[in-house]
Design a protein around this ligand. Structure first.
Ligand code: ADP
Ligand code: TRP
Length: 321
């Protein structure tokens, strides 16, 4: 079974990215063959500063490694180091109904926010389909918000296979971690870079503390019973708490007797500890960027050798010499 996923390098990674995506990659790498990449072509739809894109690409690579993706076990690479993927994007574009792309929530949301409806923004899911299909991926771990894009991928793979009457592409499945499907941000909305409401994985402990302590809560007094399921603060706490601590806190929260201030302090302590080891590893890697580049080059070489085989199969099926 081959597992593949990608993350856009559009800035520092936040804990929504971690619990919604990266944590699953790390767990899955020991069970299945893993391909994990940095989607820098996708980032061009929103990030238009060359230096910032280069820096963010390295930052995501370093974060993957610091958090525990192991290059001896998984294939870690940068999307653009496999140019075959853009060629496959064109072959897939030729089986893609425009209406299918226009119905994608991510596209509609961005256009509704006033982001220019550029061709790349509309075609984004076709490039993503190429990313997935070119490595014959079986499983694609993503957050809930990317599920529709994996469905588009399945649709395009089926259309291509059916148009050319050959099993060119493996039909992939999305893998959504239900329990923590959407991590709330500091304002209670989905945590997202574009809302500026993130807690970043590598925020300095002082920043982490400031962010969590200033989280908005209602005015319920300490003794009031509270509903853990509607509290964003509790949703954050549960990410970092051990099972026994979680059930104890849940009971106290529901009965009354826990103030938001105390729960914030506990969340700060747990969150700081949770990423302490990764923070240290990241510093080591940042001191040796050449080693990170070597890892990425080896990953790309391996990814390309697989990509070539699928691309040739697709070219052959549709009659490109
Ligand atoms: P952002 O919304 O900050 O731009 P991305 O779209 O780059 O984040 O997301 C990268 C990965 O992290 C995707 O797999 C996405 O589903 C997951 N993800 C992002 N935000 C969250 C969140 N708040 N909760 C759960 N998963 C998330
Ligand atoms: N669109 C994904 C995101 O923003 C990133 C991505 C690009 C991806 N290609 C992919 C995820 C292929 C999974 C598989 O989160």
């Amino acid at each position: 079974m081959r597992v593949l996923s990608g993350i856009q390098p559009s800035g520092a990674l936040h804990i929504g990215n971690y619990f919604g995506a990266i944590k699953q990659y790390i767990e899955l790498q020991h069970e299945h063959e893993g391909f994990y990449f940095i989607a820098n072509y996708h980032a061009l739809t929103s990030l238009h500063d060359a230096e910032a894109l280069r820096a963010a690409t390295l930052e995501v690579a370093v974060s993957f490694l610091a958090l525990g993706l192991d290059p001896n076990v998984a294939t870690i690479f940068v999307q653009s180091d496999v140019p075959e993927v853009t060629e496959l994007t064109w072959l897939l574009a030729c089986v893609t109904p425009v209406g299918l792309l226009e119905r994608c929530h991510a596209y509609k949301d961005k256009v509704a926010q006033g982001i220019a409806a550029e061709h790349g923004l509309l075609t984004y899911p076709v490039l993503m389909a190429a990313d997935i299909l070119i490595y014959d991926s079986h499983l694609v771990p993503v957050g809930q918000d990317q599920k529709q894009h994996v469905e588009v991928t399945r649709d395009l793979a089926e259309r291509f296979n059916s148009r050319y009457d050959r099993e060119v592409f493996v039909i992939p499945e999305p893998l959504i971690l239900k329990d923590v499907a959407v991590i709330p941000g500091l304002d209670g909305r989905k945590m997202s870079k574009s809302y500026g409401n993130t807690i970043d994985i590598f925020d300095e402990p002082s920043v982490l503390k400031k962010k969590i302590m200033s989280l908005k809560t209602d005015s319920a007094p300490v003794e009031a019973p509270k509903d853990p399921d509607t509290s964003s603060l509790f949703q954050l706490f549960r990410l970092f708490a051990s099972e026994p601590e979680l059930s104890e806190m849940r009971a106290r929260f529901e009965e009354g007797g826990v103030g938001y201030g105390d729960l914030k302090k506990r969340t700060v302590a747990l969150a700081t500890d949770y990423f302490a080891e990764a923070r240290a590893k990241r510093q080591e890697l940042l001191a040796h960027p050449e080693q990170v580049r070597e890892i990425l080059a080896a990953g790309a070489a391996r990814a390309r050798s697989l990509a070539r085989v699928t691309l040739d199969r697709a070219r052959d099926a549709c009659g490109i010499w």
